[in-house]
Design a protein around this ligand. Sequence first.
Ligand code: PRX
Length: 655
Amino acid sequence: MSSPALTNLMHETRRFDPPAELAEHANVTADAYGSATQDRLAYWEEQAGRLTWAEPFTRVLDWDDPPFAKWYVGGKLNAAYNCLDRHVEAGLGDRIAYHWVGEPENDTRDITYAELTDEVCRAANALLELGVRTGDRVAIYMPMIPETVVAMLACARIGAPHTVVFGGFSSTALQDRILDCDARIVITADGGYRRGIPSALKPAVDEALKSCPDVRNVVVVRRTGQQIEWNEGRDLWWHEVVGKQSSEHECEAFDAEHPLYVMYTSGTTGKPKGILHTTGGYLVGCSWTQWAVFDLKPDIDVYWTAADIGWVTGHSYIVYGPLSNATTSVMYEGTPDAPHKGRWWEIVEKYEVSILYCAPTAIRTFMKWGAEIPQKFDLSSLRLIGSVGEPINPEAYMWYRETIGGDRCPVVDTWWQTETGMIMITPLPGVTSGKPGSAMTPLPGVCAAVVDDSGKPVQKGSGGYLVLTEPWPAMLRTIWGDDQRYVDTYWSRFPGVYFAGDGAKLDEDGDIWLLGRVDDVMNVSGHRLSTTEIESALVSHPKVAEAAVVGANDPDTGQAVNAFVILRESAADEGAGAEIVTELRDHVAKEIGPIAKPKSIMVVLELPKTRSGKIMRRLLRDVAEKREVGDVTTLADSSVMDLISANLAGGKQED
Ligand code: PRX
């Protein structure tokens, strides 16, 4: 767990204290830490006051049957009402909810809270007409367009849990998710724009549904106008079914523990886990953290989370957090380089964005493109900048702070997960200091620790595993349909506490530095990918006998997927040239999605295994990171590594 490079950096670390004017008007003051420690549940009771409850809760937390939590017991509320209607009722109907920016230039739309409420009511009525009832699951496979938010909130409004599947996933991945949560309706679009080209979505849905006989209807938004196949009777145009509905819809209040959504994420086995979030605790968590961590002033700020709605960051900080706080947000459909590499900064300038939240992988890309690009734009509206998704290396932090934040904006490096639902470890910009590369301390009301192998908290200056020692409102409630896997994955490594799967280190001040995953999960450009899932995809190819995948450090994407494959004898005769590598990379893209494509595939004759047959990924990581191969004494056959290294020296690795 120890990392000499990191230790050096920690010694040299700079520290940025909160700017005085921010500290003076900060939403949350330093007392919050003390009061939350004194009475954590009273603290979370107070934060629940941000929401409008149709019926008050009678108990903050029921932890009588751990690890199955119930928050805000007995309370009733509607998530969509909290995100929309109540703001309109409070006279904020004309406030812009989203400055939506399409990828094609000048394709923009400003949507007010009143307009969004109307659209959501129409969509809710449409879903009801299609027979969707409280508790039914709806799959959403969409580009970054306003209808995606409308679809999610329409589901929330009628109590139908949504499962949003990232538009970059393949038809196979979509099919697995539809089947796992037994969705009966799919909402999609003909396509979306990606790097100036309309990319198709509907064909993937058609393909996926070949093996999903229970899906009754596919509702299709017309976004690009491209030609698509039409399945009469099953497929319906969004503008037809939603357009004709009334904008009147009286929403019902649901139990605080009513399922709000299922979001699939990679775990250490091949099968993605359906993370279940429920209504009350999740919404309290997103709402409070968006307000506290970004020191949000909803009357004046323009807030932009530059992420995809298909991931948890989009759910919590493009949709539920910002809307519950009546925020004006920017939502951008495309990539940062379409049609030019200054697109993000042009958007910041145009909409006077004051808070920007994005991933280190994007920051590293901008660094590579050069400071002169953002410097052409006026970024003086920014006052706070955030980072999420992977450890931010100190160089990228400093570049972000200086080049984008003009050396005046605090940087919040926020650690959290799909499972936590809300930001957990981060500086509070008006209260605590920030250090480049450290996520600092748990938020008030959040209890985290770094523990050793036996579960004992480590000393300052040492490393170990990150755990969360008390339940929190936005925590996952279970894995959809698999309570046992929930218990085994998160609550069994160290009994009684939540195992996050991340390594971490405490510095001499007791601040937390995240060191990356300690399990077989990779983090590629902030996307979570499972080594096992990619190995299974490779082995499903008829030419592959065996595969091992490792995440190797990569200067651009944080980690990169490196695969080692043994070909079946019949295929091996055809040779191990570039063609097979391309074929296998495409196969992984088809099975999972383009984000999972290995950066490099090396065809080998043997894989390094222990005597018990376990693949020693550590050694493969050494190869992938072009280091001297470590200790091989536990290998069943130590000559295997010589062979692999010789293969590498012979230039057989294909990028
Ligand atoms: O390894 C941690 C890393 O991303 C994982 C969670 O991934 P996911 O569920 O896809 O959610 C990403 C967005 C919340 C974590 O287990 N991670 C996330 N944020 C940070 C981080 N690692 C270091 N520093 C962070 N700020």
